[in-house]
Design a protein around this ligand. Structure first.
Ligand SMILES: Cc1cc2nc3c(=O)[nH]c(=O)nc-3n(C[C@H](O)[C@H](O)[C@H](O)COP(=O)(O)OP(=O)(O)OC[C@H]3O[C@@H](n4cnc5c(N)ncnc54)[C@H](O)[C@@H]3O)c2cc1C
Length: 446
């Protein structure tokens, strides 16, 4: 019988592992709870109307259509039986199990509200296409409602956008909302002056983009301020509600900001599935819930299971796309090596290819090898890297066209918002188990 490899997750780790096994004598089953491969670094551009969801989330089965040793199954994995070597997944129509000889787990991370999960309904995070579309709905709706209001205080509230978390995602989001308000939308409204929009970027830490060093971080801050973003560091969010948020400055002074649209870009924690795996295997978790793996990325006591990407804790590696991509390729190589009879375990060696953040059109900061640069040069590096890692020729072409529309021109081609995007998640959460199941008439509402 052919060696069965089950891969969980179609993100950077899972997809690159599957592709690295394309010539191997294995039968691959890739199980993921979404039908697409999501390019998370560009989610903020979906949220701000630059790109369409399809451009950053091509269908996984389309990507793997020519790889005959791989099949793709929809399913949210909920259980493992490490002794029987099975994985159980649920879908709206029921559940199923798959058996494995080797298992690669790459289910990524979730948003962390640092114990304040009730903040989520007022300040959504950005981890999925649903999140990005909901945020797009909230951002564009705020301007629409402001145009309709006659109350100056309410208009100010609607035109105040607060982004919590001054890491790469927060910085990119703040820059894009500022460009949207101060550049793209200026001629579109008759009553409101979108140039008066306030974009506030908050962080409890005293510095932003700490990993880039002080010089680049200061340059990014200056560029944001040039765009009209208010950067408030040392400001901790202590409360969020429908109308705004409460913060405590570094000297403990309380402060209130009235804002309709709040975006959470502050924290990340490992996928809850790590707890299930730890409970069965006895593996240890780090402070953000990632699994401490062996040097070859395998689960302690289970050399046949690899845990990679954002859910893996190894040598203090960051939770970034390259760690997941290289982890996926590394685990594929280990499986191929073992099938050839070599049971040695090669430690994972991460090659840091650098990091970059776009602040605005034509302005990024980049730290690649010894190069530390800011401005248009860094932006061109950013452009090249993102186009290279996007999947599919046609997605690259349409993305470049959309970028031309937004960065060379002043437009945003993807401004569609629907009622469902804005309100559906809250409605579904409120209904809980009472949501009718359209896929399975037998399991419908009682
Ligand atoms: C907004 C944002 C911006 C980012 N920007 C950058 C950047 O600029 N540069 C950079 O290097 N990194 C960036 N990252 C981080 C990067 O995207 C992650 O490090 C990377 O995606 C991790 O890959 P992964 O395969 O571990 O997980 P993911 O890519 O998150 O994939 C997880 C997969 O698992 C699936 N899944 C989850 N739970 C289950 C389950 N129970 N059952 C089945 N399937 C499941 C998901 O559907 C998904 O397919 C960013 C992340 C975010 C959220």
């Amino acid at each position: 019988m052919m060696h069965r490899v089950v891969i969980i997750g179609s993100g950077f780790g899972g997809l690159f592992a599957a592709q690295a096994l394309r010539k191997a004598p294995v039968e691959i089953t890739l199980v993921a709870k979404t039908t697409h491969h999501l390019f998370q670094p560009l989610l903020y551009q979906v949220a701000t109307g630059i790109l369409s969801p399809g451009e950053i989330a091509p269908a996984t089965r389309e990507i793997l259509r020519h790889q005959k040793n791989a099949r793709v199954l929809l399913g949210e994995v909920t259980e493992f039986d490490l002794a029987a070597k099975t994985v159980t997944a649920v879908v709206p129509s029921g559940e199923y199990s798959v058996e494995y000889d080797s298992l690669i787990i790459a289910v990524g991370a979730s948003q962390s509200y640092f114990g304040n999960d009730h903040f989520a309904q007022f300040a959504p995070g950005m981890k999925s296409i649903d999140d990005a579309l909901e945020l797009r709905g909230r951002i564009f709706s705020s301007f629409e409602l402001a145009e309709l209001s006659d109350d100056a205080t309410e208009i100010d509230r609607l035109m105040t956008f607060v982004i919590v978390g001054a890491g790469p995602t927060g910085v990119e989001m703040a820059g894009q909302i500022a460009e949207l308000a101060h550049r793209t939308l200026v001629s579109d409204f008759r009553k409101i002056n979108t140039r008066a929009t306030r974009v506030i970027l908050l962080d409890a830490a005293p510095a932003m983009l700490g990993n880039f060093g002080k010089r680049l971080s200061d340059k990014a801050k200056l560029q944001l301020e040039r765009l009209g973003v208010e950067v408030r560091l040392g400001a901790k969010v202590v409360g969020i509600d429908h109308k705004g948020l409460d913060i405590k400055e570094s000297d403990n002074t309380p402060h209130r900001i009235e804002a309709s649209c709040k975006i959470w870009a502050a924290g990340v924690m490992a996928n809850p599935l790590t707890k299930t795996i730890a409970a069965q295997s006895g593996a240890q978790l780090d402070s953000v819930g990632r699994i401490l793996v062996e040097p070859d990325c395998s689960l302690p006591g289970h050399p046949e299971i690899f845990v990679i990407g954002d859910m893996m804790a190894l040598n203090h590696l960051p939770s970034v796309a390259q760690v997941a991509i290289q982890g996926g390729r590394h685990s594929a190589k280990q499986i191929i090596k073992r099938l050839k009879g070599d049971q040695s375990r090669t430690p994972f060696e991460y090659k840091d290819k650098g990091s970059m953040v776009t602040v605005s059109r034509f302005y990024a900061i980049a730290s690649v090898g010894k190069i530390r640069t800011a401005g248009i040069g860094a932006w061109l590096i950013w452009l090249g890297v993102h186009i290279t890692y996007m999947i599919g020729f046609k997605h690259r072409v349409t993305t470049l066209l959309h970028w031309a529309v937004s960065f060379v021109g002043t437009g945003r081609a993807e401004r569609v918002i629907t009622e469902q995007q804005v309100i559906a998640r809250s409605a579904i959460e409120r209904l809980g188990d009472r949501v009718p199941n359209p896929y399975n008439a037998n399991k419908d509402l009682e």
